[in-house]
Design a protein around this ligand. Sequence first.
Ligand code: HEC
Ligand code: HEC
Length: 306
Amino acid sequence: MDIPEGFPDMPIPEDNQLTEDRVALGKQLFYDMRLSRQSDVSCASCHLQERAFADQNILSIGTQERVGFRNVPSLANIGYHPYLFREGGGISLETQVLGPLEAEDEMDFNMVEAVERLSQFPDYQEQAQTAYGRPFSAFVLSRALAAFQRTLISGNSAFDQDQRGELALSEAAARGLQLFTSEKTNCQNCHDGFDFSNYAFENNGLYEQYNDTGRSRVTFQDSDIGKFKVPSLRNVALTPPYMHDGSLSDLESVIEHYNTGGKAHVNKSSLIRPLGLSDDEKSDLIEFLKSLSDNCFISNPDFAIE
Ligand code: HEC
Ligand code: HEC
């Protein structure tokens, strides 16, 4: 795997070390519609490479056009996330696959039947033997999908090229970066590090009343209402609309949200407060966010199926 400069080593489980065969099998599965009961939806139906493995719907749309309850997140650098899903309810890529597979508004299938169905294909049996030395099974299915997803690394945006001294950011984007890291905005307090996320759970003041209560769905604590995993901002310009429910349609609306300081909520982070940004400062911030788009990532043939 090509780990970009400045990225840490990725934690990979002992029993699922990456090999080319495992990743190839995982890619095959990621694009296979037969993983849904009606064979009408694959992982890639919602996680599109040209959208950095997110999509552009407000809420996800699954089998038979069923509308889900959250906006589809990007899978770029997903192998680094310490927990999965917007409220952190998923513990590993290996176990996460049960989520979409069984959700009625996503693939509406189950592991037993999915394995039964795919086991009938000699290609999958052969690939399972080569990759994991055993017949096609839930073990193979979940591990191969995890292996493929760990290769989805994005670290070659204009921002990265600037950091490596290969290409300078535009002046507007450079000013935006300054603002992003300044105490005037506090953006970097949460969107920090190589992936522009500290992976903490925060309430950024989207609502006074949350229909989707976020982290508290897992912890049952009132103090976690309205808290969501801080999303990575890599490729963010490619993945509108924004937030857990897709309620903000573009980057302009996001910057406006932060500039006003958001809605009042007891759990809102004290870092979210009116910023007093000028129009020029707002557009500089947006130019900086656009510099996080990684064209190599979204056009890398290794992640696509012929
Ligand atoms: C119907 C659309 C849809 C399909 C099909 C789908 N997903 Fe997702 N995926 C989502 C949504 C929506 C979320 C966010 C769910 C949440 O946070 O509760 C998500 C979240 C994830 C996450 C966690 C991302 C994060 O930031 O924590 C991973 C990993 C993932 N999906 C992988 C897959 C895989 C692998 C498949 C195929 C087996 C798949 N998805 C199929 C819509 C979909
Ligand atoms: C207190 C922590 C915190 C601070 C400070 C913060 N954010 Fe966020 N940001 C979040 C959280 C949490 C979300 C996701 C909320 C949700 O899913 O509803 C988010 C979402 C976003 C999104 C949408 C990403 C997506 O894929 O949906 C963008 C863009 C963004 N923030 C940019 C910024 C900018 C620019 C600043 C500074 C002006 C900033 N953030 C300051 C925590 C923070």
